[in-house]
Design a protein around this ligand. Structure first.
Ligand code: SF4
Length: 309
């Protein structure tokens, strides 16, 4: 399989290889969670870009157990990987009583060669008992908490119906800080109403916080979402590849050199994908980002020290 050209940023695969001395892969888990931004606790309808279908497994019927999902995920990678991180990915993976969370996470960590967890969640769904549980695991395992944020701007968070504001995110980061947990923040480039400056402000803000990792996605319009409807009606235009690549390079230059870059592309199911077309070719996007950094003779963190002064 083709590989991205040389990277000028601290990518997750290399980070884990250096840390553990072997290949480490994430195994995606759908543990049957829902989301408070969809079921009415916080809001209904969810974020305007969220298709609400969950994983392919969920669409096919009854979910296999966590152990079964890990076993089938391992088959895909072996013999290339020797260790795994169980990635609780679908919807909000801390949205349940702590006893249920413990059972699910324990089940994952009991599987052979699973050395840690990555828990995808929302900033407003991290009760103190959940943080306590996760920080207990962090004493023995490699644990990431992945916080959906998308933008630091409240006007954008409102527009995309995130159901939380920046202050709630900041509070969550403060609560997690010092607990032994690694924090990864998800942001989206190309959000409606956002200028280039807005995107750079998001990057500068995250660069100043105790955040260890980031996932950067381009906004995708998917069938069955509010954003997809806006796109079809022509009230929303999608970011071009050139603009996305340029902004990702700008953002990488701002971020701390040690921050782990977990993703630079977005994923959407092909059967509901509307736009932008270029986002479907992830390897091309990654190579374009690397080429842009090379063209600038630049790299992650180039402007970070400057920012700190
Ligand atoms: S928080 Fe995540 S799961 Fe919930 S509606 Fe938004 S994108 Fe969907």
């Amino acid at each position: 399989m083709a590989k991205p050209i040389n990277k000028r940023y601290n990518d997750l695969k290399s980070y884990w290889r250096n840390l553990f001395g072997c290949n480490v892969h994430k195994l995606q888990i759908d543990a049957g969670f829902t989301c408070p931004n969809r079921d009415g606790l916080v809001a209904t309808g969810g974020c305007i870009y969220c298709d609400g279908r969950g994983s392919k497994l969920r669409q096919q019927g009854e979910l296999p157990s966590v152990a079964e999902q890990i076993a089938s995920g391992k088959k895909y990678y072996k013999p290339h990987a020797s260790k795994y991180i169980a990635y609780f990915q679908t919807f909000t993976n801390t949205y349940a009583p702590v006893e249920k969370l413990r059972d699910l996470y324990d089940e994952a960590l009991a599987q052979e060669d699973v050395i840690g967890l990555s828990i995808g969640t929302r900033p407003d769904c991290l009760a103190p008992d959940v943080i306590e549980l996760l920080s207990e695991y962090a004493k023995k395992y490699h644990i990431w908490v992945e916080l959906g944020l998308q933008s630091v701007h409240d006007k954008t968070l409102k527009l995309i119906n995130r159901g939380h504001n920046f202050q709630q995110f900041s509070d969550a980061v403060n609560s997690l800080n010092g607990s032994g947990l690694n924090i990864c923040v998800h942001i989206i480039i190309g959000l409606p109403g956002e200028s280039d400056e807005d995107v750079l402000t998001t990057a500068k803000t995250l660069a100043s916080l105790p955040v260890q990792g980031i996932k950067i996605h381009s906004l995708l319009a998917l069938e069955g979402t509010a954003l997809g409807e806006m796109y079809k009606k022509g009230t929303m235009s999608m970011i071009t590849k050139e603009k996305y690549v340029s902004l990702v390079a700008d953002v990488l230059e701002i971020l701390p050199p040690k921050m782990v870059i977990q993703r630079l592309t977005a994923d959407g199911y092909r059967d509901i994908f509307l736009a932008p077309d270029w986002a479907m070719n992830k390897l091309d996007v990654l190579n374009s980002i690397n080429k842009e950094l090379a063209r600038r003779d630049s790299y992650q963190g180039k402007h970070y020290q400057h920012l700190k002064k």
